[in-house]
Design a protein around this ligand. Sequence first.
Ligand code: 8X3
Length: 260
Amino acid sequence: MTSAPSAPAAPSRIAVVTGASSGIGAATARRLAAAGYRVVLTARRKDRIEALAEEINAAGHQATAYALDVTDRAAVDEFATAFRTIGVLVNNAGGALGTDPVATGDPADWRQMYETNVLGTLNLTQALLPALTASGDGTVVVVSSTAGHATYEGGAGYVAAKHAEHVLAETLRLEIVGTPVRVVEIAPGMVKTDEFSLTRHRGDKEKAEKVYEGVAEPLTADDVADTITWAVTRPSHVNIDLMIVRPRAQASNTKVHREL
Ligand code: 8X3
């Protein structure tokens, strides 16, 4: 006998996606909406998520936009009051700032990366856990990174933050076992998006592009969204603890095949 629903049991189930204004978050919102979720798009950039919600609704799916800074705990708590139950929370908001070594990295960058990646995930997860539990079948997704599983020179503050995010996911899974909530960690490697590398390199396009130089096919945001959607749409009793997802050309954080 098989049981592999590819859509949520109740079509009205809600999926909240953070960092939905671009990249992996936007692609995940599109895919979860197509899978039958009512998607709530959150990000700081209201115009972007409103445009994406319009696009999703025009395609016959359901989406709403809610401007939110995941580091603002009061705003996150206020946001959470809108939900009695939700099916899925995708903690995607975050990113990297700089490639400085530990010896000279700016503590302000480290703080900001910790705030967005780790405390942002903590804020949303704490605020929405009651609604996820009340759904009787909730899923928390943590979009971490391969930087959360091994380090590399210049990774410093980002690697530290992503390791913390990984540990948050693992600890939460231990603590809430027995409740109807799964914790799924998706750890992408090299993904070429419009903004990740550009933000990390503070707007320097040349440096941002060099990251992907000669790599035949880095992952796309949609590749990762596909993986997230697959994990979320497994039968309720199946918990995909962790998936490390890299392009074929990348064997580790530092071993990348480049055709130059
Ligand atoms: C992004 C992957 O290699 O830039 O999370 O750390 S990497």
